[in-house]
Design a protein around this ligand. Sequence first.
Ligand SMILES: NC(=O)c1ccc[n+]([C@@H]2O[C@H](COP(=O)([O-])OP(=O)(O)OC[C@H]3O[C@@H](n4cnc5c(N)ncnc54)[C@H](OP(=O)(O)O)[C@@H]3O)[C@@H](O)[C@H]2O)c1
Length: 329
Amino acid sequence: MGMVTTAIIGCAGYTGQETLDRVLAHPGLKAVALGSNSQAGKPPWALDPSLAGHDLPSFVTNDQALASGAELIFLCLGHDESVAVDLPADAVVVDLSGGHRLQDASLYEQWYGWKHPHPERLSNWAYSVPELQPPTGRLVSNPGCYASAAIYALAPLVGAIDPASVVIDAKSGMTGAGKSLKASSHAGFVLDNCSAYKVGSHQHAPEIGQLVGFPVCFVPHLLPIRRGLLATVYARATESGLRERLEQAYAAAPAVRVLPAGVNPELARVQHTDMAEIALFEDRATGRTIVCCAIDNLGKGAAGNAIQNANLALGLEQTLGLRLTGVTV
Ligand SMILES: NC(=O)c1ccc[n+]([C@@H]2O[C@H](COP(=O)([O-])OP(=O)(O)OC[C@H]3O[C@@H](n4cnc5c(N)ncnc54)[C@H](OP(=O)(O)O)[C@@H]3O)[C@@H](O)[C@H]2O)c1
């Protein structure tokens, strides 16, 4: 098989840069178009000096990159931009935004605060979690960062826990908010701080609920670090054997590791990688089951799963291009 020609749309954002880095490490993908409205006309090294020396084209506008004829397209845009894009008819497309994740269009008004402009298109997209619900067609909706961590911890336990007991508490580094500056990502606000936000109203709650089949109580927090995301899921078991369920679900998964009993999850082992780590505990005081999942929000929570989903959609070995090892120092 020849190299799969690849375009990245919105390449100058955090997830765009991370996706490009994995495309460069991928033996079967060739970047033929780098779309960026802010960088159009500039060489790649103008954005990142470490890109000098790579065989890459200069940035073009997002529309030009979409029209490049690439066989594989990564949409690394904001939700509202992503839903407005006119896609070529035959490419495999992986959308990293939330614009095509929810099947019920009315949920966009409720949780994203805007009316979806193309509700009729939603059913063409498959919400795809590589290990649990792999892509089924050429339009792949990549999971959100918080949703990924929560789903990895929770989905295998469905049927053996009380849905009404589920609470998800999660914390993310500040790159989760994207590159554009906001008051809430200003260093003066973030450093030496930890804040809860969108309490009870974060858009990843319905995304998680859609996959597990029941509504979840979810609270995100902003950590004063660059990258990494830790989700802690609390639930009451209705059956025994929850650890076995997790181990079985991920026995053949190269990018999800269930930690041995007693090993604590931590971000340092997953930062800059595309690996998820899951740890299960029993609460001595209440008997509740506690499952933690640590990922890198830009890795397994975005570009890592996007590449893994693309590999699966293209029939390639799923780990190609992924970063699966890191060093804790
Ligand atoms: N960040 C995460 O951890 C994460 C995880 C999962 C999913 N997502 C989703 O992925 C999508 C993209 O997220 P993101 O984090 O990559 O957003 P981002 O860094 O804000 O980038 C989004 C777009 O904004 C433009 N942009 C904004 N600020 C810029 C700057 N200072 N310099 C250059 N370009 C800038 C770029 O467009 P041009 O290149 O066209 O100029 C870029 O494609 C979003 O829908 C997000 O919800 C993000």
